[in-house]
Design a protein around this ligand. Structure first.
Ligand code: CA
Ligand code: CA
Length: 507
């Protein structure tokens, strides 16, 4: 390979890599718009960079946006507005309740201003400006299509149509059950290049790869900046609405680079003050740690051991879950296989129909219009019915012939066997040979007699005085005498043969 070709290939590869990279957005984790365990809430109950209210409770592990009690409403909002155009939010949540059906649901918000903590739309304010993605548990319009996930955009003028579950207002949605799942359910809400995509993970497995698409809306214009929020509400029926993770990632198109946060100018006094605060905080923390250790020295160990072992019911549940997970996996595989089979069937059907349509009518057109080119080439010249019949008849004939040959061979075989069993039968041949020899002898004798007779006849004819001899025997008498002799000889030979044969039989 010459150097030019090598450089050309490197150039092409680098261009293609650049093209691929240029379509992938640049991502940056936004900690100011996220929360996750552990230490989700601090000791005083606050969640850094977030504020919550209503009936919401934050713990170290999750935010219970609305607890499973009647008519509860709560919400949690980011403290500051977003500073990026495109984003992806990954929410891990659980909606759990004892009832077969629950209420009311959970909502994700991206709005121009923060909503209330006790509003009418899943715990937040109505007439919002921006986007709401609702996880609606309760079937208000009785169409048996809940739990339902939907995206609704509002310009601040419309009231949410609870009676119809927002069916006339939503951009798009999907029926997905998110209540009481073995693993936490997840939603990925992405807004990139004016396209909104909502992916959903149904919590049946713990796999990262089991997201399904719920909805996709293109050419969507949302407020340039806004607040993220989560709200939830219960009604007559009540579920626990827990949010475990809220992770925000800002997305930047390849040309656009993430803007570095503006450098904050700190005066020397402030710097001293801040470092003092930090030192005090560290001291306080150490002090609290020591106190805690003093208070719970034994309990800790107990807890440690408790964590090590699982109870019977926990183990049973775990086994059930893993079994169900396997079943689910198998069913999914089966459904994939079924899809393949259906696909193949359809392909085969389409091939058959194309064969049918290009086979029969084409013959007609070819016969009708010999000058015209066929519309489609004949794909396969199939065997005709009468040809099949002829082949079958031939085969039958061949079979019959083969059977006859076989019978004949069996007969021959049987006879050979008999012959081999009784080799003495070979004497019959000898007898036949004797008969032949005897017949030959007779023939020879007859020839001799004939010759003699002819010679005698010539002599008789040549003798002129023959008729004058009265004592001589007449030729007729002579011939009769010879014939009588011959018959006697013949009978004697036959008698001799039969005697010999009889004698051989006994032998
Ligand atoms: Ca509803
Ligand atoms: Ca409904």
């Amino acid at each position: 390979m010459s150097a030019e070709v090598r450089w050309f290939i490197i150039f092409i590869v680098s261009i293609s890599i650049y093209n691929v990279l240029s379509t992938v957005p640049h991502r940056r984790f936004e900690y100011k718009y996220s929360f996750k365990p552990p230490y989700l809430a601090q000791k005083d109950g606050s969640v850094p960079f977030w504020e919550y209210g209503g009936n919401a409770i934050a713990s170290g592990e999750n935010v219970r946006v609305a607890p499973s009690m009647r008519s509860q409403k709560g919400a949690i909002w980011t403290k500051s507005k977003t500073t990026f155009d495109w984003w992806e939010v990954d929410i891990i949540f659980r909606v759990t309740g004892r009832g077969r059906i629950g209420a009311d649901g959970l909502a994700f918000w991206y709005t121009e201003s923060k909503g209330a903590y006790d509003g009418n739309v899943f715990g937040s304010s109505d007439k919002w400006v921006g986007l709401g993605v609702f996880f609606d548990s309760f079937d208000n319009d009785n169409k048996h299509n809940n739990p339902y996930i939907m995206a609704v955009v509002n310009d601040g003028t419309k009231e949410f149509d609870h009676a119809n579950d927002g069916s006339s207002q939503m951009l798009s949605g999907c029926v997905k059950d998110f209540r009481n799942k073995p693993f936490p359910t997840r939603a990925k809400i992405e807004y990139y290049m004016n396209t909104l995509t909502v992916l959903f993970h149904n919590g049946m497995t713990n796999s990262e790869h089991d997201f399904e698409i719920c909805l996709r809306v293109e050419n969507l214009v949302l407020p340039k900046t806004g607040y993220f929020g989560i709200s939830a509400a219960t009604g007559g029926l009540a579920d626990d609405h827990d949010v475990l993770h809220f992770l925000t990632t800002s997305l930047y198109s390849p040309g656009q680079q993430p803007t570095a946060p503006a450098a904050v100018k700190v005066t020397p006094e402030e710097e001293v003050k801040l470092s003092q605060e930090y030192a005090e905080y560290q001291k306080k923390l150490e002090h609290q740690k020591e106190e805690y250790k003093k208070e719970h020295p034994v309990k800790d160990q107990e807890n440690e051991f408790e964590d090590w072992f699982e109870s019977d019911s926990q183990r049973e549940l775990r086994q059930i879950f893993s079994g169900q997970g396997q079943i689910f996996e198998q069913v999914r595989l089966l459904s994939q296989k079924l899809d393949e089979v259906v696909g193949r069937q359809e392909r085969a059907l389409s091939l058959l129909t194309s064969l049918h349509s290009s086979g029969v009518p084409q013959q007609i057109t070819q016969q009708g219009m010999p000058g015209q080119a066929p519309p489609q080439p004949v794909m396969v010249d199939t065997i005709r019915r009468h040809e099949v019949d002829a082949i079958l008849a031939n085969q039958n004939q061949m079979l019959a012939a083969a059977r006859e040959i076989r019978n004949f061979l069996t007969e021959v075989h049987a006879k050979t066997e008999k012959i081999l069993e009784k080799p003495d039968r070979g004497t019959a041949q000898v007898t036949g040979y004797d008969t032949m020899a005897a017949v030959n002898e007779i023939r020879e004798a007859l020839h001799g007699v004939k010759r003699d007779t002819e010679a005698a006849a010539q002599r008789v004819l040549s003798a002129p005085s023959f008729s004058s001899c009265p004592n001589c025997v007449t030729p007729l008498v002579l011939l009769l005498a010879i014939g009588a002799h011959l018959i006697i000889m013949f009978v004697y030979f036959l008698y001799k043969d039969s005697k010999e044969a009889q004698a051989k039989k006994f032998y």
